[in-house]
Design a protein around this ligand. Structure first.
Ligand code: PRX
Length: 644
């Protein structure tokens, strides 16, 4: 049994009550219709809650019309809360600036006018490649206001990755900044856009001057934010858009080398983001200070910085920097200064703080914290307890939230005022969500400790509506394994004795590195695009801090006479090459040069065996290998690893 039941005081004040479970169980659609009316202001009410007749292509709140930016900004001003702080922006330098809802309304209106003057109209796609600055949030909301789907590309991705995303989404405009601050230094950002844009559909590049570093400039294409936005009108009429109008595309790794453009739409997405932020994070907008530490380049930043909390009228921290700069106590300095009451971060960050030692957070007053959240990967019970004791004062509930880019919003999680917590497990589907674990034959598992596949058995409002431009891949990836009506999440899972769901990680060739998804195929294709690499296999090996890390095995081509790199130098070059092709987050932790890869007789690489090597385990059964001596050759080579 759990030692972590909610206190009566917490339960009494919690937004999410146990009755939600009963309401959802009684009538799935009526439950969600009620949430849509509770959390969203509709310009025109919907007439059908769910149309699932064309499964797996769902339509939610059909006939309804709304404007997401109006919901996230204007309506709070209309309600008399214009003076409430929307964003406490903390710059990488540590300097702060507070932006009220009234300020945000003016900025979003100006940016919407500026984007329209650059030719952006409803339906056009806008790529966003920006650091964590208020203009990024403003840009996303301005796009939502116009009805122009944004495609945010994480600022750590390379020019090549950005180009592929601009091309796939056929973006008309790219919004970026001259540079970004990283550990106290101004680093270029626009240079990647300059490389990515030529030859694509992008006609204009809107550039925020963030660092003042020198940039190349193309007068026919580039426009400074301060020229286009600062002088634009503060009035912008928010037109209502259909509930199923596309809100954004966000690329995520799948099992092939080509990232998938996950498509989210308007009414259902906003409803579930606002509802979950309210009942899971327990946000009381009038009193809480909420801080989600994700980057807006990932789905967590979309749903739990921009759309959920702003729809709820919350006050939040937006932090430009990293946890280790200007010093390792910066997170706690921010918590103390702004009296952060709800902190939502990733297990990899918690493990890093643990490694740095509790003396650092202990120097700060963290007593304002009353709810903690975790997202992106399983949080190991040891890190969970440390998080609760050291950061949460031994009493803050931790909501371990399981969800995906595809699900759009939280799916499995405790409700902090209801659930007795189980460290390491995201526990159960929240009210309105239906999850099950199936065995290989698609039969529901009922016994504890049996390992199966996590599926979602009913459509939910914030579900992805497809893969941009590829309906077949959408059906094949998510709805064929246990389809046509069950969504397969790609995660292995099991129940414990108490019926809690434990997520066991991906069952496909997708790695989870510091809570970020990367496919082994993507890194392999980056490696083989290097002239010296003939073949590559990448596996995700467990890593104490980052959860998983990429470990690569490469076979080199015959050496030509050119001055090709060798040994350690080559490994460094290959790591940098992957950094250039995808981004620094994709650089393998180590690269081993081998003569052969373990393959079955049909030529399939046996990653399981490579994983054994990468995780320093006894190598498993090699009997299905075409050449069973390969693994001993690799093992022998590894004893003198060539990694940097
Ligand atoms: O494997 C699960 C893991 O992250 C995957 C989704 O990754 P992404 O789309 O990048 O979204 C991350 C932020 C929502 C899932 O398939 N994952 C996410 N949250 C958890 C988790 N694994 C265990 N526990 C979690 N709380």
């Amino acid at each position: 049994m759990s030692d972590y039941a909610p206190s009566t005081e917490f339960a009494d004040q919690a937004v999410g009550k146990a009755g939600l479970f009963d309401e959802a169980a009684a009538d799935h659609e009526a439950f969600w219709a009620a949430r849509a009316h509770e959390y969203v202001t509709w310009s025109k009410d919907f007439d059908t809650t769910l149309d699932w007749s064309d499964a797996p292509f769902a339509q939610w709140f059909v006939g309804g019309e709304l404007n997401v930016a109006y919901n996230c900004v204007d309506r709070h001003v209309d309600a008399g809360n214009g003076d409430r702080v929307a964003l406490h922006f903390v710059a990488a330098s540590g300097e702060g600036r507070s932006i009220s809802y009234a300020d945000l309304q003016r900025e979003v209106a100006k940016a919407a006018n500026a984007l329209e003057s650059l030719g952006v109209a409803k339906g056009d796609r806008v790529a966003v490649y920006m650091p964590m600055i208020p203009e990024a949030v403003v840009t996303m909301l301005a796009c939502a206001r116009i009805g122009a789907p944004h495609s945010v590309v994480f600022g750590g991705f390379s020019a090549e990755a950005l180009k592929a995303r601009i091309e796939d989404g056929e973006a008309k405009v790219v919004v970026t900044s001259d540079g970004q601050f990283r550990k106290g230094k101004a680093m270029p950002l626009k240079t990647a856009v300059d490389k990515a844009v030529p030859g694509t559909t992008a006609e204009k590049v809107l550039v925020v001057q963030r660092t003042g570093i020198d940039v190349d400039w193309d007068d026919s294409r580039d426009v400074w934010w301060h020229d286009a936005v600062d002088g634009a009108s503060e009035e912008h009429e928010a037109q209502p858009h259909g509930s199923e109008h596309p809100l954004f595309i966000l690329y995520t790794s799948g099992t092939t080398g080509k990232p998938k453009g996950i498509l989210h739409t308007t009414g259902g997405y906003l409803t579930q983001c606002a509802y979950t932020n309210s009942v899971v994070h327990d946000v009381h907008p009038e009193s809480d200070v909420y801080w989600c530490t994700a980057d807006i380049g990932w789905v967590t930043g979309h749903s739990y910085i921009v759309y959920g909390p702003l729809a709820n009228g919350a006050t939040q921290v937006l932090y430009e920097g990293t946890p280790d700069s200007p010093h390792q106590g910066i997170f706690w300095e921010i918590v103390e200064k702004y009296k952060v009451s709800i902190l939502y971060t990733a297990p990899t960050a918690v493990r890093t703080f643990m490694k740095w030692g509790r003396e650092i957070p202990d120097k700060y007053d963290l007593s304002s914290i009353r709810v903690l959240g975790s997202v992106g990967e399983p949080i190991n019970p040891e890190a969970w307890r440390w998080y609760r004791d050291v950061i949460g004062g031994g009493s803050a509930p931790i909501v371990d939230t399981w969800w995906q880019t595809e699900t759009g919003a939280i799916m499995n999680s405790p409700l902090p005022g209801v659930t007795a917590l189980e460290p390491g497990s995201s526990q159960r589907a929240i009210p309105g969500i239906h999850a099950e674990i199936l065995d290989d034959e698609g039969q529901p598992l009922t016994e504890p400790e049996q390992v199966g596949y996590l599926v979602l058995t009913k459509p939910w409002p914030s579900m992805l509506r497809g893969i941009w431009g590829d309906p077949e891949r959408y059906k094949e990836t998510y709805w064929s394994r246990f389809g046509p009506k069950y969504y397969f999440a790609g995660d292995g899972a099991k129940y414990d004795e108490d019926g809690n769901i434990w997520i066991l990680g991906r069952v496909d060739d997708v790695m989870n590195i510091s809570g970020h998804r990367l496919s082994t195929a993507e890194i392999e294709s980056a490696l083989v695009s290097h002239k010296q690499v003939a073949e590559a296999a990448v596996v995700g090996a467990s890593d104490e801090t980052t959860g998983q890390a990429a470990v690569a095995f490469v076979i080199l081509r015959e050496h030509g006479e050119s001055a090709d790199a060798q040994g350690d130098e080559l490994v460094t070059e290959l790591r940098n090459h992957v950094g250039q092709e995808i981004g620094p987050i994709a650089k393998p932790r180590s690269i081993m040069v081998v003569d052969e890869l373990p393959k079955t007789r049909s030529g399939k690489i046996m990653r399981r065996l490579l994983k054994d090597v990468a995780e320093n385990r006894e190598v498993g059964d090699v009997s299905t290998l075409a050449d069973s001596s390969v693994m001993s050759q690799i093992k022998d080579g590894i004893d003198k690893p060539s990694s940097d």
